[in-house]
Write a protein that binds this ligand. Sequence first.
Ligand code: URA
Length: 243
Amino acid sequence: MRLDKTLSDSGYGTRSEVRALVRAGRVRVDGAVVRDPGFLLHEGVDGRLAVDGTATRVRRHLHLMLHKPEGFLTALEDARQPTVADLIPPNLRTRGLAPVGRLDLDTTGLLLLTNDGTLGHRLANPKWHVDKVYHAWTEGGDPFDARDAAAFAEGLTLGDGTPCQPAALEILGPAEARLTLHEGKYHQVKRMMGSTGRTVVRLHRESVGPVRLDPALAPGESRELTDEEAALLYRAASLEMPE
Ligand code: URA
């Protein structure tokens, strides 16, 4: 891979910024200054590439966890509404991050963004059985009881006849529950609750597969996944974690 692309993918700036960095003699490969931005690196350059004298980690892939607030569309651009792309830290905006699945405009909580398309696709696709856990607050209907948990475990049928896979309902209060889904149909939690006579008034996603929303993140804040979290996600998606 080209040196400028590698540096840019690793977060050192846009292509033109990293070209300037290279031309200024600030980048070394195997200890020698390289001034050609098009210099071709071979696999496994990790640790042999240094910027301003500091060995750098070469990473093509980036994964972000975002605490999605209300009022942001899960999209990369929209003519009318703010989108989650507005919440990506500016230095990471050129890295090709895309949301994994979708949260409604009014849903809060964990949204993953990745620039590994295969990983994103698998995490969102029900075929790969990556659980999503939601905390739902409802209005209307009866207080939750064991019969609801049994009906969700059995697999609900939505109002329009669509069957749902079995889901785990943990009752947290008369109108509050934690729901673990193995699939991700459009408005699924709201429609499932709707089919039991309840309206969701607040919805928050707590986790996606093995990754939980970091409680240190305020709404609108994000951070990169740790190596350990990324490794767990790749494993959950039955993928080898790339170098
Ligand atoms: N189910 C919903 O109804 N909305 C979401 O945002 C996510 C799951």
